[in-house]
Design a protein around this ligand. Structure first.
Ligand SMILES: [Fe+2]
Length: 245
């Protein structure tokens, strides 16, 4: 959270629109009103969730209050909140953001590919659309990239917490398998090693805690021309490194 806020404060004015995946903002498990407001105040236009969407009970109320917090669109009909929405970026115009969740090694939700098609049917062709595909399996994410290539502005993978080096623009669609996490990199995807190691090693329960240390931001910067992506660039920024000269 500290790294994300510091980075957004430093670069906010360089971008027309900022999307943050915030499903681990509450010490790894979901998001509370406090963290949602901190991210919004730092400059996030939209915060997306994922498989930890409902870890914190406060999120139910928040999802009903604001379209700027999105949960995966392929949850069952009737789930609180929105899975996609159209916003106005700083430079004017419109931009749609959608979140979908994969089904490999995750909850068996509705088909994310058909859910993506259903969203596109409701949007006119000129609206840029950024898809956050929150999924574990690389192949499932790559196939979503293929499914939506030429039809959306970007398919950005989240959830594994580890940045992949496969960013590309294909048929005008920016793609990366995983954006990676903002957090302490010397960790088990954000959690302190000891308890995770103990659980793998002994099979006994242990309460996870967030790793301590300096946070690193992982992100991607995308340039659009209408709905088409022109470029996608990985961003890696270490909190505090600028103070050390
Ligand atoms: Fe996740």
């Amino acid at each position: 959270m500290k790294a994300a806020q510091a980075y957004l404060a430093a670069v906010r004015n360089d971008y027309d629109f900022v999307i943050v995946n915030g499903e681990n903002a509450a010490g790894g498990f979901g998001i509370t009103r406090k963290q949602f407001e901190q991210l919004r105040n730092a400059g996030a236009d939209v915060v997306t969730l994922g498989n930890h969407a409902f870890d914190q009970s406060e999120v139910m109320e928040l999802l009903e209050e604001t379209p700027r917090l999105l949960r995966p669109a392929n949850y069952p009909p009737g789930t609180p909140g929105l899975g996609w929405h159209v916003f106005e970026p700083r430079g004017g115009g419109r931009i749609a953001v959608a979140q979908l969740m994969g089904r490999v090694f995750l909850d068996p939700l509705d088909d994310p590919y058909r859910a993506a098609d259903a969203i596109l049917e409701q949007l006119d062709d000129s609206v840029p659309i950024i898809v956050d595909f929150h999924a574990e399996a690389t192949s499932e994410k790559k196939v979503m990239g293929f499914h939506l290539a030429g039809r959306v502005s970007a398919v950005l993978g989240t959830h594994t917490h580890v940045t992949t080096a496969d960013e590309q623009v294909f048929k005008g669609t920016a793609y990366i398998t995983d954006v990676g996490m903002t957090g302490v990199q010397n960790s088990s995807i954000g959690l302190a090693f000891e308890e995770v190691h103990s659980r793998f090693d002994t099979k006994l329960p242990a309460r996870y805690r967030p790793a301590q240390g300096r946070g690193t931001v992982n992100a991607v910067a995308i340039e659009l021309d209408g709905r088409r992506a022109v470029s996608v660039r990985r961003v890696r920024w270490e909190h505090g490194a600028e103070d050390e000269g």
